[in-house]
Write a protein that binds this ligand. Sequence first.
Ligand code: HAM
Length: 417
Amino acid sequence: MFIKVPKGTQDILPEDISKWYYIEDTIRETLNKYGYKEIRTPFFEYTDLFVRGIGESTDIVTKEMFTFPDRKGRSLTLRPEGTAPVVRAYLENSMGRTSKVIKLFYLGPMFRCEKPQAGRFRQFNQFGIEIIGTKSPAADAEVIITVLDVYKKLGLRNLEILINSVGCKKCRAGYVQKLKKYLKNKKDFLCSECKERYDKNPLRVLDCKKDSCRRTIEKAPVITENLCQECESHFAQVKTYLDDQKIIFHENPRLVRGLDYYTKTAFEIISGELGAQNAIGGGGRYDDLVEELGGKPTPAVGFAAGIERMIITLNQQKVEWPAEKGLDLFVAKVDEKNKDTAFRLLQKMRNAGLSADMDYSEGSLKSQMRIANKIGAKFTIIVGEEELSKNMVILRNMQTKEQKEVKIDNLINKLRS
Ligand code: HAM
């Protein structure tokens, strides 16, 4: 029996890799233009970073982390998200010293031990951006605008932007009290998870997807009507920036994200094509996280998007992927006797900067031509005894099927012209 890929993970096969290159190139190119610099943090961190960063009572920390001890018994965790690691790196490398506002982005695998389903994996890839060091509402708007620009360049359509403000430490405490008071004699109508959330993290009851919970919170007090002056004004300014850029968004006062570090603005971008796991990306402001992780109080805002979900949406929207680039050249041998000459010629072509390949199996000329077609070679050089005796090879244009004898010394010039 074959050993299979672990549950919730998948191979990205060669035939799909060009999609990934295209997405990654588009992300890097766009984010560089907006002034973000790439950062690469380790795939695993000390567990405490996520417990303190994401929040002890969140689903991610209580149920979804891949945690294991190192040989000395220290607890490590495969990163379930990128924000806490980026803030750790920001602090550890004193990035705030060189400039007040730092704009970073990352791309790479994250790990969450969730129940796999369409669009939900245990290893998935995110691209994310973080702006650390500013409380300006323009930064919140910029994050949304930037990500929408990446989506637009990739051809994603029909996305819905949901935004909310979850307030700050000051105003949220009062709101949570009000919410608990409202829910107190309705606890029996909540699902078992939300009953627990009532004590540990009542805000999370607001975005439970279960019908009974949804009905129960229908008339619950709304957080945006309970914001302090500062949070209210911040939220209003973010919306004005978005309006000004003609970005259509929907306010959703029930939107609370699954990570505890958010303050003020929270947002999610959803795609109708994704079914139950409809969030293609999400983010928000996290003004307390840097301090929570041991730094000076430093406001920040960011966003992350799931790349697999972007690919699913692009496929469903039948977006045309860029054509795969074929090789410049394939080198075929008429006979096994010519294989060393063919190999030397192949290397010569590669050293001249051409993309080229040959077949190392002992296949017939016909089967080699099939390979040349399959890899999309523009030209094939056919190395045979008869032509070699004249210091020549046959050059076949794979598109026009035209063949001619060419002097070996003239090959490179011919292929470049
Ligand atoms: P998040 O909402 O947990 O936020 O994840 C962001 C995106 O990652 C989701 O919208 C989704 O597209 C994708 N994603 C999450 N879990 C899975 C999964 N199991 N399988 C496939 N895709 C998934 C964060 O991670 C925050 N760090 C975002 C952020 C950055 N906030 C501020 N800065």
